[in-house]
Design a protein around this ligand. Structure first.
Ligand SMILES: Cc1ncc(COP(=O)(O)O)c(C=O)c1O
Length: 462
């Protein structure tokens, strides 16, 4: 398939390819765009149609597509080392990633376990937390606490600590039992009867009813709880729910009080997306275990890390016959190509400081979200944090009643957005933008204006 043959590609796709998170019947009489190129904030189809990649290719892409420094790092690495078993061998490219990443992480996080995607980073974190207690003789500590609306991946351990029923309910019989604490979902909190938007969740004044739910779980069950897992500041797949830093501080405080490890899943929030290198910085808290993936390579290649403390590591460090080894690994652990690109990505963060340079763009993005959407009758909530923005669409703004599921508003928005040269991939009725750090004010304006046209067209019949 040297030159592209659209008809043939679509024929193979329709006959043989099963796409993720997709009801394939929806494509019975429509074709997905065939993407053949990407650059900066845009994707290009086989016919040359341009799309703004407003979701950064499933939240992975940080500096825009095909950033020249990342491309060069990958090409250079191809002349050196493609792959080596990481059990019993090491390589300079992994060492460089660790050394560079340490410059961005809290000083307590100094032990790095490589894997290859966000779900595996979480599986490693869960097993690590569980075995930490087993190795230390706390055999009863086998359970986890997660939040409602949490999403940590699609492998079964990650599903067990997930809180999005649409994705996970069916698989419940396959999963282990966890405690689910209420989500800090300010817009739908029973105490929030007003109609104010959440925005950045900075000015929320409440008595943290959601935290009380967590406290009672910990108080009652802490002796059997190994760890608590949470996405800091943003429940991403659960609806781009932005929540206060104070909640995160309270959560960590409670976990410490009851002797429960804290796992932060920064697979989505890491690498600048929330306006800080890591979302944990906004709350000034440090977990025992941190999961990273997606933006680690700037979104170019699959690579993941589970980072932990010396204390956790030491619980595994023993004579072989004591049986404390961490039996976990993947074929592509610390893949040298991924590591070379990740090192270049981290170098770029350190030298070019995109987050500092992008401060004004982020503020502009938030301001335009408010200006463009506050008066739209279909907008129940507006939320934002750094380069992430979201609208929760509702049928009735006063009662916050959602649209009936059969209306498939999100899917309609997705299909219409493609026609408008945008990729909007809503989560149910939550429309969001997960922008790359290279986006300009002009692009933000264009993306939001086109998005409004799409939404007005569907929901106001304009
Ligand atoms: C917070 C979070 N954790 C874990 C994952 C799973 O990552 P992956 O899709 O690479 O397995 C995701 C994916 O969206 C995520 O948002």
């Amino acid at each position: 398939m040297g030159t592209y043959d659209k008809k043939k590609i679509l024929e193979i796709d329709r006959r043989h390819i099963w796409h993720p998170f997709t009801q394939m019947k929806d494509y019975e009489d429509r074709d997905p765009p065939v993407i053949v190129a990407a650059r900066g904030t845009k994707l290009y189809s086989i016919e040359g149609q341009e799309f703004y990649d407003t979701i950064s290719s499933w939240w992975t892409n940080t500096h825009g597509h095909l950033h020249p420094q990342l491309v060069k790092a990958l090409k250079d690495q191809l002349d050196r080392l493609d792959h080596v078993n990481f059990s019993g061998f090491t390589h300079p490219y992994a060492a460089e990633v660790v050394e560079r990443l340490r410059g961005f992480l809290p000083s307590k996080l100094i032990r790095f376990f490589f894997s290859d995607n966000g779900s595996t980073a979480v599986e490693v974190g869960l097993k690590m937390a569980f075995q930490f207690w087993q190795n230390r003789g706390f055999s009863r500590k086998t359970r986890f606490v997660c939040l409602e609306n949490a999403y940590h991946g699609d492998t079964l351990g990650a599903v067990s600590v997930g809180g999005v029923d649409l994705f996970f309910k069916l698989y419940k019989p396959l999963t282990f039992k966890t405690y689910r604490a209420p989500a800090p979902y300010c817009y739908r909190c029973p105490e929030n009867r007003g109609s104010t938007f959440t925005f950045s969740a900075e000015n929320i004044s409440c008595n943290f009813r959601c935290l009380k739910g967590l406290k009672s779980i910990l108080k009652e069950h802490h002796e059997e709880i190994a760890a608590l897992i949470v996405e800091p500041r943003l429940l991403a797949a659960g609806g781009m729910i932005v929540y206060p830093a104070e909640y995160l501080r309270g959560l960590v405080e409670q976990a410490r009080r009851y002797g429960v490890l804290v796992i932060f899943d920064e697979v989505a929030t890491g690498f600048g997306r929330t306006g800080r290198m890591f979302a944990l910085e906004s709350a000034g808290v440090v977990p025992d275990i941190l999961c990273l993936a997606k933006g680690l390579t700037g979104g170019m290649l699959p690579l993941a890390l589970t980072v932990t403390t010396e204390e956790v590591f030491q619980a595994f460090y023993a004579d072989y016959l004591e049986g404390k080894t961490f039996y976990h690994g993947h074929s592509f652990t610390a893949h040298p190509l991924g590591c070379a690109v990740a090192a270049a990505n981290l170098k770029l963060f350190a030298e070019e400081k995109p987050l500092e340079k992008g401060r004004a763009v982020q503020e502009f993005f938030h301001q335009r979200l408010e200006e463009i959407f506050s008066d739209r009758p279909y907008v129940g909530d507006i939320r934002y944090l750094g380069y992430v923005g979201a609208l929760e669409l509702v049928a009735d703004r006063r009662t916050k009643e959602p649209f009936p599921p059969e209306k498939r508003v999100g899917f309609q928005v997705y299909m219409a957005s493609l026609k408008a040269g945008l990729v909007l991939r809503p989560l149910g009725d939550v429309i969001y933008w997960f922008l790359p750090l290279c986006v300009t004010k002009e692009e933000v304006d264009e993306i939001l204006s086109r998005s409004r046209e799409v939404l007005d067209g569907i929901l106001l019949g304009k």
